[in-house]
Design a protein around this ligand. Sequence first.
Ligand code: FAD
Length: 502
Amino acid sequence: MSVAEREPRLLDGAGDVEHFDVLVVGAGISGIGAAYHLQDQRPGTTLTVLDALPSHGGTWRTHRYPGVRSDSDLFTLGYRFKAWPGDPIATGEQILSYLGEVIDENDLARHIRYRHRVEEASWSSRTNRWTVTAVNLATGETVRLTAGFLWMCQGYYRHGKGYTPQWEGFEDFRGQVLHPQEWPSDVDLRDKKIVVIGSGATAATLIPAIADEAAHVTMLQRSPTYFMTRQNTNDLANTLRELDISPEWTHEIVRRQIFKMTEEMRAAVNGNPEQLRKMLIDGVRAQLPEGFDVDKHFTPAYRPWQQRLALLPNGDLFEAIKQGKASVVTDTIARFSETGIKIGSGDHLDADVVITATGFDLSVLGDIDFVVDGQNIDPPGLVTYRGIMFTSLPNLAYVFGYFRASWTLRADIISDFVCRLLAHMETLGAATVVPTLRDNERDMSLMTWVDPENFNPGYLMRSMHLMPKQGDHEPWTWGLDYPTEKVALAGADLDDGSLTYG
Ligand SMILES: Cc1cc2nc3c(=O)[nH]c(=O)nc-3n(C[C@H](O)[C@H](O)[C@H](O)COP(=O)(O)OP(=O)(O)OC[C@H]3O[C@@H](n4cnc5c(N)ncnc54)[C@H](O)[C@@H]3O)c2cc1C
């Protein structure tokens, strides 16, 4: 793969098809990071980034509901190469600004084409290239580009539409139904009776943000979630800033503090989950009014961290409950009525507005049709190499971040790995690389993309059968914690026989 040319070249004999060394799908955190690292670590590489949305940011552009914010800190949800200047938890707008600065400061905009939805990627072993077919959503035109390497930064869910279960009588409901992922700009919730279905991070964020203007907000949950409350401030960062320590140093030192705290949390989960469980629940109890039924509404049946732990800055959800602006109902939905929801107990929850904070639909590889030498690729038939590449898919990397730590930590180290792999290919004079099970691994037992015993949120459980598989040993597994994987990826032997070059 050439690294000498800056401008995309035209393919000989292929009309005006533009060719790039690397084509990145997605201009969210992962895709912007991929473009930055490529430019930084592989200067001269020709690249383009395609995204279906009208501008950058992915998740943080799609989600526009009131109060939208991160639930992990921005020292680690931010990149390692750009200091975060604010408080740990950030609003969607602040994250978009930060990402916009990364684009501007590194002149990345010239590489990004928005409103381009990729529909097919077809690999030819004759040309050693991917042909990527996209629709230009602004003009309706079909666009074809070729690339030597495909870097999939498509995130993990469908951006176009959220997940809404089919409830009995749902169509009878005469009020307004809103999904946080498809939030209109002109919603008026003033003095409305609102039921929010769900109790994940999205519900917990939305409820305090709308509780003041609404007549009342009821959080209707089938089962409780763990919450952890923190002041939205980092004392160490504040001290370092007061001492005029440079933003870069402050960023790095605070990241190290967070890694240490995450390790302590992991040790607590593995060592004494009951103690951690009690600590979390006691923490919630302390913030709720005397006599509140914490056992029923805030005591989950699962182990802490089997699903993402929602962080509540300043306990704002509990504050709304304490002030009587919000309440919690833990029950099933029997059916919808014209005026609300009849729940399992037989009670009826009146609602002018129902907000379905019921999550997303998993998207495997951006819902793109993959074809290799004329054969359609079925993702569940693939085995992953370190959660980054797949058997049968040459010259392709994929970004799937951590569940329990910030997504970007993994995106950054995957970028390092991909840049190292591209450099290695150049040294070898190889045009192709594809993960290949070695002879003694062909009968290796395969496991789901994620072990449900370890982590089991609804969106994964509904769609795990659509995802590629893991093997039972390295390098066919993924999902180590950040400090371990950082070392493992940096030291991964690229010539151990699990990657075939051509
Ligand atoms: C509400 C919400 C809050 C979250 N909070 C946190 C948090 O606090 N901490 C954390 O670590 N994680 C969080 N996450 C997970 C979050 O998705 C990641 O942190 C991160 O933003 C993912 O970045 P990404 O670039 O990989 O994917 P995305 O943000 O999903 O971006 C993917 C981009 O790819 C584009 N794309 C996909 N398919 C195609 C295609 N076929 N053609 C063209 N373009 C395509 C999409 O349009 C999108 O712009 C949150 C997720 C949600 C939904």
